[in-house]
Design a protein around this ligand. Structure first.
Ligand SMILES: Nc1ncnc2c1ncn2[C@@H]1O[C@H](COP(=O)(O)OP(=O)(O)OP(=O)(O)O)[C@@H](O)[C@H]1O
Ligand SMILES: [Mg+2]
Length: 263
């Protein structure tokens, strides 16, 4: 079989993510920082995992490796049957673009660029035609409820709307996984629930979601809780009764600000 990290068929029974004895040591001159000290974990397709733990416990380091943005010092990471540690930089970039969507705390939108153009960005690395790129961007924005904000700039959108643009951007290449590091960290509590509602809906459609949060209220919407401490997994539990964001939101008061009807 041809070695094609982006497209090769994988065993449907193998977990989406299979990580064994992962370590990460940052070298800072003379000093070594042991950010991950032996992490082993499996994640299956369709899971919704919340990663928690104190500041400095290794959550972002772990997410960067999961997202193929960084390589582990030791250990193995198998993503959909592909041993990520064996890939070149270009192959890693190709896998990242095809399989993984990213959402960050600070939204990371280009400020002088409209919502639709922000969402189109990840498709510039692929061979998608202009027309298809536009229609896929519109479709992704509609999915997150922003079909009426296509040409707004980030500074013309509320925080929750900006994060929804970022989620739409993470979706356009049809990833199998969305990785979100503190996606609700800059949002008020009602808006956080709205954003979690979008993640739950995407998860109901089969997208695997792995999300870092400091907030237990946010973690309640996930189906599994993994807690890090000192670069290791301290606990890993199924959340037997996840809250449903679309129900929780009904009991929350509306916030009267410019977000409600900016038009
Ligand atoms: N690029 C880097 N170079 C050196 N040390 C780093 C680097 N990135 C992270 N670290 C260190 O690795 C450890 C884990 O950091 P990490 O960012 O993964 O923590 P975190 O759990 O995401 O924390 P927070 O909740 O504050 O975001 C910390 O001690 C941090 O100082
Ligand atoms: Mg972090």
């Amino acid at each position: 079989m041809i070695h094609d990290p982006g497209l090769s068929a994988t065993n449907p029974d193998s977990p989406l993510i299979q990580i064994d004895h992962l370590t990460k040591v940052y070298e800072l001159g003379e000093v070594e920082v042991h950010a991950l000290r032996g992490v082993s974990v499996r994640v299956s397709k369709g899971e919704f995992v919340a990663i928690m733990g104190a500041s400095g416990s290794g959550k972002s380091t772990f997410m960067n490796i999961l997202g193929c943005l960084d390589k582990p010092t030791k250990g193995t990471y198998i993503l959909e049957g592909i041993d990520v540690g064996k890939l070149s930089r270009d192959e890693l970039a190709a896998i990242r673009n095809k399989k993984i969507g990213f959402v960050f705390q600070g939204f990371n939108l280009l400020s002088r660029t409209s919502a639709i153009e922000n969402v189109e960005l990840p498709m510039f690395y692929s061979t998608v035609s202009n027309k298809l790129r536009k229609s896929k961007a519109i479709e992704a924005l509609e999915k997150v409820g922003l079909g009426d904000r296509l040409h707004h700039y980030p500074n013309q959108l509320s925080g929750g709307q900006q994060q929804r643009v970022a989620i739409a951007r993470s979706l356009v290449n049809d990833p199998s996984i969305i990785l979100a590091d503190e996606p609700t960290g800059n949002l008020d509590s009602r808006t956080s629930v709205e954003v979690m509602g979008i993640f739950q809906e995407l998860n109901n459609h089969g997208i695997t979601i792995i999300l870092v949060t400091h907030e237990p209220d946010v973690a309640q919407f996930a189906k599994r809780h993994v807690v890090f401490r000192d670069g290791k997994i301290r606990s890993d539990k199924v959340n037997t009764n996840p809250k449903i964001a679309s129900e929780v939101i009904k009991d929350l008061p509306m916030i009267d600000d410019e977000e409600d009807e900016a038009a």
